[in-house]
Design a protein around this ligand. Structure first.
Ligand code: GLC
Ligand code: GLC
Length: 814
């Protein structure tokens, strides 16, 4: 069952009914001012930091799920009938409804009783504000008298404090009204230099700024008293809950459309010019007024929208493909790339499942996210890498998370997640391959943000590498620490007290438990580091890295192979985890994917056997589950993984982040059919037809799909902010379609399904446009390559000579 359709041409997903199984959301903003918006206009806005600069209020885990947002009410002033063109919050019957989620904008519109209304919401580039471009049309044969009310609820900035500190917060709310503009200035009197404002392009008949006056006694957003009676109360908030609501009255002749622009903004004043007059408590509006005036003019709004479209066309234009599979095309060309930008902007902070007050930026998450956006925003990827490196500890270890506002490591979570340092090597490798910007390796970066500790980035990578060699366990495999990629496999925790952190409560000495997954990751990272060294004037270091990789590979074969698949780990008692000897959790996906990705077993058949075991034991029609059999109860010595009911999250859920590892492994093993088959099983577009089962948005990946042990097998959860976005993008573009940035040029090495006749792609790479055509002439992966009509050896296309800006690449597969 579907709730909408893809409008591929306009790069929109069109939702055609408001009762989607879960709110289906979109993001507004891509620089500093951000918003989340659902298909029924729920959500909120913030400036830079979803916790500390929350502009509008939102209550998570509400009933109904999604209340609170950017609301507009339309009222028929003759009959008193009122409704919301976004369906929520009035939930009135509608004659038509459509929500179009596009690239950085959302349009929601509906019609009722001959009146049609729709709103386009977006954040212009380079501005700290959001525009609601509202239009209302009278489709009746008679004139219509209509009232329009806007409504937002302001958050008192610190979203965590806002949701808990009521003894104070009910007394601090303050607003100002001037020329029909509502200014929200809570705490401006003391230490803040910033305020929010809410303006309207039409002449207003009234306003409200106190929530409970606007709504009326014991009422919710579904039937505000002001809207019901057709007249604002002109309330001014003193304490309690400041809101912003304008009231506009219109008389529309038959067939007429009227536009109203509402603008919600955030503004900072110079600290010494906060007030006007200076000795008053009145907000100085000198610098904000020109901004307000500009965006109340329709031509300026249209211009800003055009620039936003161009911006996204530019970003997405860097990699476009045309394959025989529509689901591949729309994910690669539009939605997967778009989601990768969301993970860049948000990391794991603000979605409908991440509350915006929780996690900082993850060290491993951010490095992996890079795989999905480095081609679109290389300069910002560079900055991100250097920020991450500067939080690295002198030991080579990493803070697990850092705070984006301070860019400092987060002490609450600390370090000793022993996989973390290696993701930095892989992140840097991806950056170098994309850009060829070797200068980044010489860039000085601090350790633990300590001034004076600066060393070149290259040295940071060396310490990442050394970190594991300094922490080997009894079998010579890497010690796991608090956890590796799987945050919930906690072999040194043994937590028996409710409320304790599974990751940071450590009561074992950590000298026994080892991770085969980190073994594979280390092999891959060490090989990349060797390649980096050889390309950057450190060739003398490369043999050490290669020798260490070879030795670890040998150790993984000797102590990490279980007979038909790779083991997962050794526990604190030296016990095997992820072995045929285990009663539950016999086989895990992570080492099968990652050891093969590191090249282990590709020559001697181990890789094939591991992947066959995955197919036999872990693959389901909805994707590949994390492990089997699921843990049926809590095991003290395994930790959080066994805390989840079977089939959810790390306990045998389909954790979509790691499915691409198996896709890549299958591609490396030459099996394009299997690789693309796994890709399609979790591709949200390919699952659109089962939206009633999948339930999350059909245009972005979710972190998890419930596994076969769960009663809700096939149901997705936690959409948008997940490493799944980057890894799937990387798997399909670089390994299945095989268009792969390499140190020496663009590599073209497709491993596509046998039934595909070929595909076309346009890829911008290091300033050159590559027009690529792949044609299948036989069933295999043997490739012949011609560049600008001339056959070339191998599969890497070096940069064209003579400053040519375009290259034509033809590949035939046989
Ligand atoms: C979450 C975390 C990620 C971790 C994964 C598996 O997605 O953000 O860091 O690797 O879970 O536990
Ligand atoms: C929980 C989640 C896991 C996530 C971690 C992040 O353990 O189960 O998926 O990676 O929190 O801190």
């Amino acid at each position: 069952m579907q709730f909408g359709y893809f409008d591929d041409h306009n790069r929109e997903y069109v939702i055609t009914r408001p009762d989607t199984p879960l709110p289906w959301i979109n993001y507004l903003g891509c620089q500093a001012y951000f918003g989340i918006i659902s298909n029924t206009a729920g959500g909120y806005s913030f400036y830079r930091d979803a916790r500390l600069r929350r502009i509008t209020r939102y209550r998570y885990n509400n009933a109904p799920f999604d209340v609170g947002g950017r609301y507009i009410y339309v009222r028929d002033d003759e009959t008193g009938d009122y409704w919301s063109p976004s369906w929520q919050p009035t939930q009135s019957g509608l004659e038509s409804y459509a929500c179009r989620h596009g690239m950085g904008y959302t349009t929601i519109g509906a019609a009722r009783r001959g009146i049609a209304a729709s709103t386009r919401y977006f954040v212009p580039l380079d501005e700290n504000l959001e525009i609601w471009q509202f239009a209302v049309t009278n489709r009746r044969l008679t004139p219509a008298a209509v009232s329009v009310f806007s409504a937002v609820e302001f958050c008192l900035w610190d979203a965590q404090d806002d949701a808990s500190n009521f003894q104070r917060n009910f007394s601090i709310g303050e607003v100002e009204m001037e020329d029909g503009v509502i200014y929200h200035k809570t705490e401006y009197r003391e230490r803040r230099d910033h305020f929010a404002w809410f303006a309207c392009s039409a002449e207003t008949a009234g306003f409200d700024t106190q929530r409970d006056v606007f709504l009326g006694h014991a009422r919710g957003w579904d039937r505000p008293a002001a809207v019901e009676r057709g007249k604002s109360f002109d309330s001014v908030a003193h304490g309690w809950a400041p809101i912003g609501s304008h009231h506009v009255r219109l008389v529309l002749p038959p067939g007429e459309t009227r536009q109203i622009i509402f603008v919600l903004g955030y503004h900072e004043n110079p600290p010494d010019r906060k007030f006007d007059p200076p000795d008053s408590q009145i907000v100085n509006k000198e610098t904000v007024k020109p901004v307000i005036a500009k965006y109340l003019v329709p031509e300026n709004v249209d211009g800003a929208f055009g620039r936003l479209r161009d911006y996204w066309d530019g970003l997405l234009g860097i990699c476009q493909v045309a394959t025989p599979d529509i689901h591949t095309d729309r994910m690669v060309n539009v939605w997967n790339a778009y989601q990768c930008m969301a993970t860049f902007n948000m990391s794991r902070s603000a979605s409908f499942y991440e509350s915006g007050i929780g996690r900082g930026l993850g060290f491993r998450d951010s490095n992996q996210d890079l795989l999905g956006f480095v081609h679109m925003i290389p300069e910002r990827a560079r900055e991100r890498i250097l920020d991450l490196a500067a939080t690295q500890l002198p030991s080579g270890g990493a803070y697990h998370q850092y705070q984006p506002l301070t860019k400092k490591g987060n002490n609450d979570v600390g370090s000793n997640f022993n996989d973390d340092p290696h993701w930095l090597i892989l992140g840097v490798a991806a950056y170098l391959k994309e850009t060829g910007d070797w200068s980044i390796l010489a860039e000085p970066a601090q350790y633990d943000n300590q001034p004076g500790s600066e060393q070149p980035l290259y040295e940071h990578l060396q310490r990442s590498f050394q970190y594991t060699l300094d922490r080997l366990g009894p079998h010579g495999l890497p010690l796991i620490g608090r956890a590796d990629w799987n945050d919930c496999l906690n072999l040194n925790c043994f937590s028996d007290t409710p409320g304790q952190s599974f990751q940071t409560t450590t009561n074992k000495d950590g000298t026994v438990a080892e991770s085969i997954f980190i073994g594979g990751l280390f092999v891959l990272a060490a090989k990349e580091l060797a390649a980096i060294a050889r390309h950057s004037g450190h060739a003398g270091d490369a043999p050490d890295y290669e020798a260490a990789a070879a030795k670890m590979e040998e150790t993984v074969r000797r102590h990490g192979w279980d007979g038909e698949w790779f083991l997962r780990a050794y526990g604190d008692f030296g016990n095997k985890v992820g072995s045929k000897e285990c009663a539950e959790g016999k086989i895990f996906i992570e080492p099968q994917g990652f050891c093969v990705l590191a090249g282990i077993g590709l020559q001697d058949g181990l890789a094939r056997r591991a992947l066959d075991s995955v197919r036999k034991l872990l693959a389901t029609p909805h994707g590949i589950v994390l492990q089997q059999p699921a843990y049926s109860r809590y095991y003290l010595h395994l930790g959080e993984i066994s805390s989840y009911p079977p089939g959810y999250k790390e306990n045998a859920g389909i954790f979509c982040h790691n499915n691409p590892w198996v896709m890549i492994a299958e591609a490396m093993a030459g099996n394009g059919d299997a690789a693309h088959d796994y890709y399609s099983r979790i591709n949200p577009s390919a699952r659109e037809g089962i939206s009633d089962v999948h339930r999350c948005e059909p245009y972005v990946y979710a972190q998890m799909i419930a596994g076969r042990d769960a009663p809700t097998h096939g149901e997705a959860k936690n959409s948008w902010l997940t490493g799944t976005a980057a890894w799937n993008y990387y798997a399909i573009t670089q390994w299945i379609l095989g268009i792969r940035p390499a140190y020496d040029g663009l590599q073209v090495a497709p491993v596509i399904p046998e039934r595909w006749t070929g595909f076309r792609a346009v890829r911008q790479f290091r300033g050159v446009t590559y027009r690529i055509t792949v044609r299948r002439e036989g069933p295999g992966n043997r490739m012949a390559l011609a560049v600008d009509g001339r056959p070339v050896e191998g599969d890497v296309i070096p940069a064209p000579s003579g400053g040519r800006a375009e290259v034509v690449v033809e590949a035939t597969l046989a």
